[in-house]
Design a protein around this ligand. Structure first.
Ligand code: PLP
Length: 235
């Protein structure tokens, strides 16, 4: 558990100001979330609805001698594939869904939000990797989705999320990040000019344990780090 505090300290020192550290706790026990919280970490992410809901409930039940909840400052993000029949396990708890990968899901989050009185911040997940399996919108689809998103009252599209190709070849990773970065800048610029005001489209979530340093060079505003903080996952 000491390793967790060390890793968080190292990362916080290394990340430039304005870059948010998202600690990815998926597949790790809730005690590890507690250890990271004690080291000052407040933003966590999960990728499976049931696991998120179980951790939220477990943490809510942990109270100090004074009866106050010990871990009530956590900001949860969701980063996995989300099916619309699982929204109620996720949306009540999260401040952001980073993994919106279809128009159908965007509409469902908006509808759920209208029915439950919540506005959810989301990122559009872009498919930038060369693997077929990675979820997400194609780069060409993003401007249209952002435009359509202006009609939703209960979702706010805050930016883009992407995963680079899983490879040791740094030039491939750079190519992936440069494409999502260019897309991010072009959408952000067009948003600013069409609104005539400061846009809330401001987040670029790129970078994981193996490639976050490269992602920072391409304008990452949020890094999602699991292994480096919590160690390898046992699936
Ligand atoms: C698991 C996961 C991460 C964390 O990956 P690490 O390599 O363990 O840092 C980041 N982003 C997404 C979308 C993930 O599913």
């Amino acid at each position: 558990m000491e390793h967790i505090a060390d890793a968080i300290r190292t990362l916080k020192n290394e990340l430039p100001q304005g870059v948010k550290l998202v600690a990815v706790s998926k597949f790790h026990p809730v005690e590890m979330v507690c250890a990271a919280y004690s080291a000052g970490q407040r933003v966590f992410a999960e990728s499976r609805p049931q696991e998120l809901a179980a951790k939220v409930n477990a943490l809510a039940s942990m109270k100090g001698a004074d009866g106050k909840p010990l871990y009530d400052e956590i900001e949860w993000h969701f980063i996995g594939h989300l099916q619309t029949n699982k929204l109620k396990l996720v949306l009540p708890y999260v401040s952001m869904v980073q993994s919106v990968d279809s128009m159908h899901l965007l509409e469902a989050i908006d509808t759920w939000g209208r029915e439950n009185g919540k506005v959810t911040d989301v990122l559009l997940e872009c498919h930038i990797a060369s693997e077929e399996t990675k979820q997400g919108f194609g780069i060409d689809e993003i401007p249209g989705i952002v435009a359509a998103g202006r009609n939703f009252s209960n979702v706010r599209i805050r930016g883009l999320m992407g995963m680079a190709t899983f490879t040791d070849d740094e030039s491939v990773i750079r190519w992936d990040f440069s494409r999502i970065h260019n897309l991010f800048i072009s959408v952000k610029d067009s948003q600013g000019s069409s609104n005539g005001q400061c846009s809330s489209f401001s987040e670029l979530s790129i970078g994981m344990s193996e490639d976050y340093r490269i992602a920072l060079e391409y304008g990452s505003t949020m890094v999602r780090i699991g292994t480096m903080i919590f160690g390898p996952r046992v699936y």
